[in-house]
Ligand binder design. Structure first.
Ligand code: NAP
Length: 280
């Protein structure tokens, strides 16, 4: 890493990137810890991805986050991939090493698990059966981190069953795929329900899921943070479940990235949460 006294630049590489809250988070921390630097947005269309990555070291960037549609594609253009990111098959954070090479990480799943612990201190992935809805990139990250951190039973369900089946096939036990039609039944006895689909996002319909069989002690996590309370979380809260939205994931995945780029592990403070919520 460069000297902490040098002005450091990191950013978000995606297409589009304008909606991102990451600049608010990282620029808040840069200011709070008195670190000279800036987090900026890099709108990069897919055809310019290799050129953008190969220019990172030359531009003395500290690194970047990676978002849609580049999370999988960047794996082919960087020199080192962390084992967890390799298992997930996607990268959300790139660090420029001292020698100019690029290392990729994926902090999304660990960020999600940490957000559950922030909401319920001491919560562990082996607390009981887990239901994950979705089998896209975010679901892959969540399943990988839950499995890594000791989950014994992950019931995976996805609208397109082949994707859930493929993911379960990669992991074997504890991940088991279920038909979409059984998504309400498999909530019985669960300790965690995680929505990793885009259903419930602003502008999209709600996730169609009957919560009747879900124990009220279960945590309900939604990876979505716009809106801050999805219809799923509203329904879960109304019946007494502890609910966690995707803001905790966003904040917790950002901490190790900031540390890698700027050399300080930052804290998630109420002031930071307010600053991000003010953008909603
Ligand atoms: P993705 O790879 O495109 O996956 C989308 C998922 O949603 C798939 O499982 C897809 O099922 C499912 N889906 C789409 N339309 C559906 C419908 N009508 N009914 C049921 N399921 C449907 O997206 P992703 O990157 O995994 O992201 C998923 C969600 O996580 C998004 O809402 C994203 O905003 C959120 N996320 C949040 C954070 C954060 O920082 N909080 C980070 C990453 C992602 P099929 O396989 O059947 O298409």
């Amino acid at each position: 890493m460069a000297s902490p006294h040098e002005f450091g630049i990191a950013g978000l590489l995606g297409w589009p990137v304008a909606h991102s809250r990451s600049p608010v988070i990282h620029n808040h921390w840069l200011q709070r810890y008195g670190i000279p630097g800036r987090y900026v947005l890099f709108p990069v269309p897919p055809e310019k991805l290799p050129a953008a990555l190969s220019g990172m070291a030359a531009l003395s960037l500290r690194g970047c986050n990676v978002t849609t549609p580049h999370k999988q594609a960047v794996m082919s253009f960087i020199q080192h991939v962390d084992p967890l990111a390799r298992r997930i098959g996607a990268i959300n954070t790139i660090v420029v090493e001292k020698d100019g090479s690029l290392t990729g990480f994926n902090n999304d799943g660990n960020g999600f698990v940490q957000s559950l612990r922030d909401a319920k201190p001491g919560w562990r992935p082996d607390a009981g059966p887990i239901v994950v809805v979705g089998a896209g990139g975010a679901a892959r990250a969540v399943v990988a981190s839950l499995a890594d951190q000791g989950a014994r039973e992950i019931r995976l369900v996805n609208r397109t069953p082949e994707r859930a089946g493929a993911l379960a096939g990669e992991y074997g036990p504890p991940v088991q795929a279920y038909p979409w039609a059984q998504r309400a039944e498999i909530l019985a006895g669960a300790a965690l329900l995680a929505n990793a689909t885009n259903q419930g996002m602003a502008g999209k319909p709600a996730l169609e899921l009957d919560l009747a069989l879900l124990p009220t002690e279960a945590i309900v996590g939604d990876l979505i943070y716009t809106p801050p309370e999805t219809p799923l979380l509203a329904a879960a809260r109304a019946r007494g479940n502890l609910t966690v939205n995707g803001l905790g994931l966003l904040l917790n995945q950002a901490r190790p990235a900031f540390n890698a780029w700027f050399g300080t592990m930052p804290e998630i403070t109420p002031e930071l949460v307010r600053a991000v919520e003010a953008t909603f």
